[in-house]
Design a protein. Structure first.
Length: 479
């Protein structure tokens, strides 16, 4: 099916070429600015739907967000399908198809978001009400990952208007924040209609505004929920204290036995077996990246750290495994003191993993370790993703490097990313095409943090970068 250019696209701004086979950056930025009202309106629409995939009570909001996204793709001229399976949130697929003889580029983003509690997390604005301050848009999902998703769509529009000879497909997932549990199944069932030559993911973060970053690898993750129930309800500590077991205290012991909280060292036997450690070449790339410890501390609002050595910090956040406690539930957390012994408690934690570490094996190790310490604690698998290594040389890497330089006027650095994207492994495995990372988010955007935001200037430059990347890859299909 051949899709027409978006209605009125040329009237909104030209994304024309300058010379044979070369898009004009100034024209692309003008095009992006002409689309700014559309971008803001749709970003507001999507952000103000609390599409929290981790919350079962938000399933209706997830479906509503997916429907709104599908409508937006239809309005842009795409042929749209909503893929579903039993128990899964929808996968929105939009296709701009010109010809079977042309290469196909697939762009992946996700529309589900992390939970946000304005009362307890220190939000300065309502997380599900888009607020604009200067060039920044504040709200949950603005940078992770709704803003970048709309930026990629503007890049597609610009490339199509300029006549870049390529088919486009958009995959907008709604389960990424819970580990993409159904993505592989949906991809496998629809392989014939999802064939592609390249896959581009825009869900990664630059090193700083001054230094654009291309991700050359992601850590994996294994998430846990540790639960312990010792009573039917919370009871007065004067009545039962000393006799009743305290599940909060016992789970704190579990956390301290698994890892050294001061150094971060994981103490589970066999945890580090098989991991691929950062070699001299990789450490050299880290040194050349322009990483600033002062900027890192400032951006991440860190007062105390485990190390003040920049190389050690880079190694820890990009190339070393971790165990981190994310939260503890149970007992009393209100103002003042309530003298009770809780009846139930839960510890939420996860491990970031590096190449050579298998999440399933790590789960088994930790579960066995905990069972020996406290057999009454239940260890629940809360999701996982394998570590990923991406190419830093070759046609795809060259296209990314040139595209970001073109769009932002700054040459990017290749580094690792300490986060995880479970979808990457499934996309590689099923679609069998190179996966490239064209991230445009900034550290100060606050991934998973209060006061998350996205900068319009990244959308403007990102539109040009995406369009240029598409142009380069249109002549470089790997198959």
């Amino acid at each position: 099916m051949t899709s027409a250019p978006p209605a009125g696209c040329r009237a909104r701004g030209s994304a024309s070429r300058r010379g044979p086979g070369r898009l004009d950056r100034s024209a692309l930025r003008t095009f992006a600015r002409s689309r700014k009202p559309w971008f803001e309106k749709l970003l507001r629409t999507l952000v103000e739907v609390p599409s929290i995939s981790a919350d079962p009570d938000r399933r209706a909001d997830i479906r509503r967000c997916a429907t709104l996204a599908a409508d937006a793709l239809t309005d842009a001229g795409a042929s749209v399908k909503m893929l579903r399976s039993a128990g899964a949130n929808p996968l929105v697929v939009g296709s701009f198809f010109l010809s079977r003889s042309l290469p196909t580029i697939t762009i992946y983003n996700h529309l589900d978001v992390q939970p946000a509690d304005s009362a307890s997390e220190g939000w300065l604005t309502d997380p599900f009400l888009l607020t604009r301050r200067g060039s920044r848009y504040h709200g949950r999902g603005t940078t992770d990952d709704k803003g970048p998703a709309l930026t990629a769509l503007m890049g597609i529009e610009a490339a199509r208007e300029a006549g870049v000879p390529v088919n486009f497909r958009i995959l907008w997932e709604t389960e990424e924040e819970i580990g993409s549990p159904h993505l592989e199944q949906l991809l496998r069932r629809n392989m014939s209609r999802l064939a592609t030559d390249w896959t581009i993911i825009s869900d990664t973060v630059w090193l700083s505004r001054r230094i654009p970053t291309i991700t050359g690898g992601l850590r994996g993750v294994q998430a846990f929920r540790f639960t312990l129930e010792t009573g039917g309800e919370d009871r007065h500590s004067g009545d039962v204290g000393g006799a009743a077991r305290n599940p909060l205290a016992e789970l704190m012991e579990i956390a301290s036995r698994i890892h050294d909280a001061r150094t971060g060292k994981v103490k589970v036997a066999g945890f580090h077996d098989g991991m691929v450690r950062a070699d001299r070449r990789l450490i050299g790339e880290f040194r050349r990246s322009g990483f600033s410890l002062a900027a890192f501390r400032r951006t991440e609002k860190l007062r105390l750290m485990r190390s003040d050595d920049p190389v050690e910090v880079m190694r820890r956040i990009w190339a070393e495994p971790t165990f981190e406690v994310h939260g503890v539930a149970g007992g009393y957390a209100g103002p003042g003191l309530k003298a009770i012994v809780p009846g139930r408690a839960e510890l939420k934690a996860s491990c970031r993993l590096v190449p050579g570490q298998d999440p399933a094996r790590i789960f088994r190790l930790v579960k066995s370790f905990v069972r020996k310490i406290n057999p009454d604690v239940k260890v629940i698998d809360a999701g996982s993703a394998l570590p990923v290594i991406s190419e830093t040389t070759g046609r795809g890497a060259d296209a990314l490097r040139e595209a970001i330089t073109f769009g932002f006027g700054k040459r990017p650095a290749f580094v690792r990313d300490g986060g995880s994207i479970g979808a990457v492994v499934s996309l590689r495995k099923i679609l069998k095409a190179p996966v490239l990372f064209l991230g445009i988010s900034l550290p100060e955007d606050g991934y998973h943090a209060p006061n998350e935001s996205f900068d319009w200037r990244q959308a403007e430059g990102g539109t040009a970068a995406f369009a240029r990347c598409f142009e380069i890859l249109s002549a470089k299909a790997p198959r």
